[in-house]
Design a protein around this ligand. Sequence first.
Ligand code: SAH
Length: 458
Amino acid sequence: MDFLPLYFDLKNASTLVVGGGEPAARKIELLLRAGASVKLCASEPVKSIQAVINSGDVTLVSSIFNEKLLDDVVLVVAATGNTDVDDGIATKATARNLPVNVVNRAKSSSFIFPSIIDRSPIIASVSSSGSLPVLTRLLRSKLESAIPSSFGRLADVAGKYRDQVREKFPDLNQRRRFWEHHLEGLFAEKIFSGHEEESKLILESSLKSDEFKPGGEVYLVGAGPGDPDLLTFKALRLMRQADIVLYDRLVSQPILDLVRADAERVDVGKERANHTLPQQQINELLVTLAKQGKRVLRLKGGDPFIFGRGGEEIDRLSDEGIPFQVVPGITAASGCSSYAGIPLTHRDYSQSVRFVTGHLKDDSCNLPWLDYVQENQTLVFYMGLVGLSIICDQLIAHGMRADMPIALVSKGTTQDQKVVVGTLSTIPDIVKSEKVKAPTIIIIGEVVGLRNKLKWMN
Ligand code: SAH
């Protein structure tokens, strides 16, 4: 190990930064965040540094380095960018046993700045000991996604109960079990979703009772159109902690693979006209499972509130007083249009976009066609593959030009994405010969023409 990671209390400590460029600015920002006072030695500080000098947080003490500047500081950063000057400062600081960092030069430094993930009071840090900062940044972004932004609040709230918990569970193992249960359970989840008072109640009632009785909850989560990289951090976190998952046919296998390995999996299907479980039963199942105290993940393709019947499912939960959270996902229109290189709006071609379902409750296709033939509008049809010919015919019959560009995106954002382009009059025949597979989204409008230039994914 080249460096020992330590956390340095710098509150009100006097520190010295030599150099006035951007690298110095970044270190100054960190020192200030840690509560240090900064003496600056620089001839022409950049704007961002001047701003902090003006606000009084940083004192400009000299334009040229001299050894006297080391007299009353506890830490030194050499950031002039001039190797000889920086090394000279480092030698003088080291001779006085002062910790010194030469920016981007670990070899000349007695300490280095790690990449940090700040969820104060929780602080995680990553370092490559100066060897490969890019790798450090990559690792950091992985950690960023794994640690919810409100993790610090979790530490703050839980910390307040430390003594009480120690008193109630003098045995270390028992105490550990208690904390593990709550820090990965509803208590933590309540804090992450902004319900701090409820979280406290959970902990307090658990401290009063002799056994832990975990409460159930439902997470209605949008899984996006297929590419797992399009999941939100929040979706991933809830997927990792659920006890059981109820998923739709639209949820791709690579996404299901990210659900906690030992979570029970229930395929509730929903192919067109072949509902594995009728909606009513899905609603009831959610209620039953949550009442058993389970954390139930209801995983849906795209966004749960866009043609996803998400509203109906939480309606039942709300009736039963069961807590739930809704996590938006990237809806098929957004995901497929991006991956197909078709901007849904464009200042020259389209000022509005309509999301329409091509599959009505009564299986008909009675739609307000006149509304759809407006100029400068993009139409996106979900569930429109079966009714494609009717859609094209009706749009033409209501005044849309027959050579209006139209694109079908099948299995969008996945490895099997396929895009078929034509016009309202040609597409039905093209689809017959190309054998387009579901799920498919239909995009109609001038913007489709932009794909020729903007397509970026094969
Ligand atoms: N809630 C989902 C939509 C469910 S309706 C969402 O927000 O995306 C199902 C329809 O979505 C399908 O018939 C199809 O039109 C569309 N769809 C979903 N995923 C898709 C994908 N990966 N590629 C193309 N279309 C998709």
